[in-house]
Write a protein that binds this ligand. Sequence first.
Ligand code: 1GP
Length: 230
Amino acid sequence: MCAALIDPEDYDASEASRIAKVSEAAGAGLILVGGSTLADQGRLDKVVKGIKKNVTRHVILFPGNITGVSQYADAILFSSLLNSTNPYFIIGAQALGSVHVLKSRLESIPMGYLVFGSGSATSFVGQANAIPTDKPNLAVMYALAAQFLGMRTLYLEAGSGASQSLPRDVITAVRKYYRGLLIVGGGITSPEKAREAAKGGADIIVVGNLLAQPGFESTLRQIVQAAKIK
Ligand code: 1GP
């Protein structure tokens, strides 16, 4: 499946709704909402509400911090940045945000989050000890740890706007051992890159930056098709 990722920092509610609607029409299977530098929770609420009015697909939060929770979404990827060097991003933010998640009655989807490469905002903000893309064995170790801790979803992140998406051999190596739902994102802007990720074993391919391009719909349509290939 292909998921469309909308960062509320980049769009207001009406623009986010339009992009979500076009993404759904292009075949995106779900809409993710979040970002690593999101500070304005009121804006997040407006964006999520606007998107929910316009699409039938599930709208799932992809938070980078405690500010990423909105009661208007269907669920939350309740994630731990496993390779952060700062305990705040591994378990601190999760504890601080947990009561809000409970009160919001959001379905919580436990997720391990692994960041590759060091040039992205995600890596910088999350103080990640970024996994080198030429060391798949390190990724496998973290993936197994996530599995043994009961995380039924794992997100391999190359970084938003990454010039290189995650190499297929890294995804293949993780897929060989990790039994849960495998999400891959960062730098996927073409059907070729999506196909590589799908052939590597990704269950969900996330597309973010591409959605800011005028006329993105036809490329997204091709990515959706490419994501189905195993
Ligand atoms: C970022 O993996 C996502 O968290 C999507 O990346 O914006 O590069 O598509 P892009």
